[in-house]
Design a protein around this ligand. Structure first.
Ligand code: SF4
Length: 448
C-alpha cells in the first residue's frame, strides 16, 4: 500500500515539473513515506531524519517532507523535529505537489493531516483521493509489466494491536467502474499483472442501487480485459463474507492467480479474542480447507505475531500446530511491539520478555522453513511460467553456464520467487523456467 502511495506521489511530482535524483545531497526536496505498523519502521524514519538534519546544515534551502501513516499518527509532534518542514497524511497526498511548492516558496513549516479521522465523514477528501488515484495510477509501474490498483482504503476491523484504522481511517471502497477503467488503461500501456490492494481486500463491497459488487465481481470483470494475464489481490482477512465467490472466480478464471495471503496472526483462540480477530483457529482452518477443496493447487501465505501480551507456551504451541496444519507456502512472522493508542497498548501489558519473543520467532520460522522447503521441492524438474521482474538483487550461485547473462528474478502465478540467468530484456515478459534447485523461499532454474 505504501509503495503504491509512493508511486502515486512520484508520478504527481513528476507531472508538476520535479525531476528525481538518487543522491540525497543534491535534492531540493526529500520525501519520506512512512509506515506505522511496527515500531521498528518508525525508528528507522527517525534515524533518516537525524541524517537529514545533518545534511540540512550545509543545505539550508533543502526541505524535508514526511508523508504517510506516521505523519497522520504524530502530526505536529513530527513537525517539531528540526529536520522536518512538511507533514502530510495519507489522505492529503493529492495536495502534495502544492504543499511542497508552498513550503519551497514561503519557507514555513506545514501540517496537512486529517482531524478526527474516525469521527467525521470526509467526503471531499475521499473524492480528491479518488481523482488522484485515477489520474496518476496509470504511471504506477514499479516493476515492468506489473501494477497495483487500490480497490479500497482504510479498515473497520480494529484488531487490538493495529494502528491502521487510526491512520488510514474508515473503510472506503472505490467504485468498480473506476477500478475497471484504471485496469483497462494499465493494460493499454502493456501491464500484464495487476494486484488489487486493500487492507482487507476480500471484504470489498460497493453498493449501487439494489446490487452489491464484491471482490469476486471485480476480479471477473478485470479478467475480461484483453492484455491482463494475471490478477492477484492482497491482503485478505479470514472472514466468511464473500470468501466462496472469490474462490469460485479463482477456480474458474485462468487469469485469477491461485494465491491467497490470509493472515491468521495466532493459533490460540484466547489470543485471537485478545487481538479482537473475529474467528477461531478452527474457523480459520475451515477456510483453508474450503480454499483447497475449490482450488486444489492454491498457494497460501500467512502472517503471525509472536509474543502478544499474555501468550503462554501453550498458546504459542497452538500457533505452531496451526502453522503445521496450514502448510503455508511462506509466512511473515513478527515479534509483537505495542503501537501507541491501540487498544492492546492501552489495556494489555507487553509482558512477554524480548528473549522469549525472539525464541518463539526463531522456532516458528524454523517450523515454517521446513514446510516451505518441502513445498518448494515439489517443483524440482518441473517447468514453471514466471513474470520476469528484472535483475535479481541478491547474487546466487549460477546453476548453468551463464553465457554472460545476468541473474533475473521472476514470480510464478502462485507467488514463488524464481531465479535464473537470462537477458535483461525479459523484464516485464513471461518466461518458462525449468527448476533444477530449490530452497525454502526460492526456486532456481534454467530458461527453457
Ligand atoms: S484487519 Fe486488523 S490488522 Fe488488518 S489493517 Fe485492519 S485492523 Fe489492522
Amino acid at each position: 500500500m505504501n509503495k503504491h502511495d509512493t508511486a502515486l506521489v512520484r508520478s504527481a511530482l513528476d507531472k508538476s515539473g520535479f525531476t528525481f535524483t538518487e543522491q540525497v545531497e543534491q535534492a531540493d526536496v526529500v520525501l519520506i513515506n512512512t509506515c506505522s505498523v511496527r515500531q521498528h519502521a518508525e525508528q528507522r524514519v527517525f534515524s533518516h531524519l537525524g541524517h537529514l538534519k545533518h545534511i540540512k546544515k550545509g543545505r539550508a534551502d533543502m526541505i524535508v517532507a514526511v508523508i504517510g501513516c506516521m505523519a497522520q499518527r504524530l502530526g505536529d509532534k513530527l513537525l517539531e523535529h528540526e529536520a522536518v518542514d512538511l507533514v502530510c497524511g495519507p489522505a492529503q497526498i493529492p495536495q502534495i505537489a502544492d504543499l511542497v511548492a508552498k513550503v519551497l516558496q514561503d519557507g514555513q513549516k506545514k501540517l496537512a493531516v486529517t482531524e478526527n479521522i474516525r469521527q467525521t465523514a470526509h467526503e471531499e477528501q475521499d473524492q480528491a483521493l479518488e481523482k488522484f488515484e485515477s489520474t496518476y495510477g496509470i504511471e504506477d509501474k514499479q516493476i515492468p509489466g506489473q501494477a497495483f490498483v487500490r480497490v479500497m482504503r482504510g479498515c473497520n476491523n480494529f484488531c487490538s494491536y493495529c494502528v491502521v484504522p487510526y491512520v488510514r481511517g474508515p473503510e472506503v471502497c472505490r467504485p468498480p467502474a473506476a477500478i475497471i477503467e484504471q485496469i483497462r488503461k494499465l493494460a493499454d500501456t502493456g501491464v500484464k499483472q495487476v494486484t488489487l490492494l486493500g487492507q482487507t481486500v476480500n471484504s470489498y463491497k460497493y453498493k449501487s442501487g439494489e446490487r452489491t459488487c464484491c471482490l469476486a465481481d471485480v476480479l471477473a470483470m478485470a479478467s475480461d480485459i484483453d492484455g491482463i494475464e494475471w490478477l492477484k489481490f492482497v491482503t485478505s482477512y479470514p472472514s466468511q463474507e464473500f470468501f466462496d465467490p472469490i474462490l469460485q472466480v479463482m477456480a474458474g478464471s485462468p487469469k485469477v492467480c491461485d494465491y491467497l495471503h490470509l493472515p491468521a496472526q495466532t493459533g490460540s483462540d484466547k489470543i485471537l479474542r485478545a487481538m479482537n480477530r473475529n474467528y477461531t483457529a478452527g474457523d480459520y482452518l475451515g477456510l483453508l480447507d474450503r480454499a483447497r477443496a475449490t482450488v486444489p493447487d492454491i498457494a497460501i501465505a500467512g502472517d503471525f505475531i509472536v509474543g502478544f501480551p499474555g501468550e503462554t507456551e501453550e498458546d504459542f504451541q497452538a500457533t505452531v500446530d496451526l502453522v503445521k496444519r496450514a502448510r503455508y507456502k511462506n509466512c511473515f512472522i513478527f515479534k509483537y511491539s505495542p503501537r501507541p493508542d491501540t487498544s492492546a497498548d492501552k489495556r494489555l501489558q507487553d509482558n512477554i520478555p524480548a528473549d522469549v519473543k525472539k525464541r518463539r520467532n526463531i522456532e516458528l520460522l524454523a517450523v515454517q522453513g521446513k514446510i516451505s522447503g518441502e513445498l518448494s521441492e515439489r517443483f524440482l524438474g518441473k517447468q514453471v511460467r514466471v513474470l520476469v521482474e528484472g535483475l535479481s538483487k541478491k547474487p546466487h550461485l549460477d546453476l548453468v553456464e551463464s553465457k554472460g547473462e545476468p541473474q533475473l528474478v521472476g514470480r510464478t502465478a502462485t507467488d514463488y520467487i524464481v531465479v535464473f540467468n537470462g537477458p535483461q530484456s525479459l523484464a516485464g515478459q513471461f518466461a518458462k523456467v525449468k527448476i533444477a534447485r530449490t530452497s525454502p523461499l526460492t526456486l532456481f532454474g534454467e530458461l527453457t
